[in-house]
Write a protein that binds this ligand. Structure first.
Ligand SMILES: C[S@@+](CC[C@H](N)C(=O)[O-])C[C@H]1O[C@@H](n2cnc3c(N)ncnc32)[C@H](O)[C@@H]1O
Length: 266
């Protein structure tokens, strides 16, 4: 937790918890059989099992799966929860359980997986007929000059105040904005674009929902250091609500999307 957002509950409320709410709201019914691909520290699967769902969560990172298992093991009420199993596995080579799941979900994983079409076909195979896929993913290729301009303004204010660990940006707005766009395009390497994810999602599933959500502010919160924690919390809340407003009023193009689709018979 040290040095990460997890050491401040109010930062988690504004970030990971918001993402979890989006996944939770996409899962209907009780006691569902759920597969999470790329669970990381497993917090979403843990919460879903606490709600009574039966969850299998896989991740290829052994360290993270061990952490997830350790966290789940500390739950004193685990016997009253839904089943929860973590596995160390690469989804691409994982044997899977075709036709076993009511829901398969990806949270911030698909953007980084090679051959998304193949990955999503495999996810489809794991679903029962009329099962649902939930994808909560970011597509940084959508960042444009407007979003970068907003980020520049926030970052410079924090930098001038000495309240960020993020790297220095030029004092000249056009140069600093270009720096943000350049760094963003560097991070695009090996990362699927929105279209590379959306096309197979639409081909393989019947779309129920496509929605857009704030996400750029995560990078700022992760490296913010405002000495007064009450002020830090207010600033973090302002940042998130500002991004939400800019998205809602069509002023910036968001990066985080949620797709919910149904496996219909072909
Ligand atoms: C950014 S983290 C997201 C973790 C969590 N789902 C969340 O929303 O916070 C991406 C995770 O996907 C895992 N991952 C990436 N490719 C994978 C693959 N092919 N099979 C299994 N896990 C994978 C990584 O190890 C990492 O833990």
């Amino acid at each position: 937790m040290k040095g990460s957002m997890w050491s401040q509950p109010y930062l988690i409320d504004l970030t990971y918890a918001k993402n979890f709410e989006l996944v939770k709201a996409s899962i209907r019914g009780k006691n569902r059989r759920i597969l999470e691909v790329g669970c990381g520290t497993g917090f979403m699967s843990l919460e879903l099992a606490r709600m009574g769902h039966n969850v299998t969560a896989i991740d290829r990172d052994k360290y993270l799966v061990n952490l997830a298992e350790r966290t789940a093991g500390t739950d004193p009420y685990r016997k009253t929860r839904g089943d929860l199993t973590f596995e160390i596995a690469n989804f691409s080579t994982w044997p899977g359980r075709p036709g076993a799941y009511d829901v398969v979900f990806f949270s911030r994983v698909l953007h980084d997986m090679l051959r998304p079409e193949k990955v999503l076909s495999k996810a489809r195979e794991q679903l029962k007929d009329f099962g649902r896929i939930v994808c909560l993913e970011y597509a940084y290729n959508l960042m444009n000059r407007r979003s970068a301009t907003w980020l520049y303004q926030i970052r410079r204010i924090l930098e001038v105040a000495g309240w960020t660990r993020l790297p220095h940006l030029s004092e000249r707005p056009p140069v600093g904005i270009d720096e943000i766009l350049r760094k963003n395009s560097e991070r695009k390497q090996h990362i699927n674009s929105f279209e590379e994810m959306r096309k197979p999602l639409e081909r393989l599933f019947h779309e129920e929902l496509l929605s857009w959500h704030p996400y750029y502010y995560w990078d700022i919160l992760a490296d913010m250091q405002i000495p007064d924690k009450r002020e830090e919390k207010s600033f973090a809340m302002l940042l998130r609500s500002m991004e939400e407003f800019l998205i809602g009023s069509g002023q910036i193009q968001p990066a985080l999307f949620r797709f919910v689709g149904v496996k219909t018979r072909r």
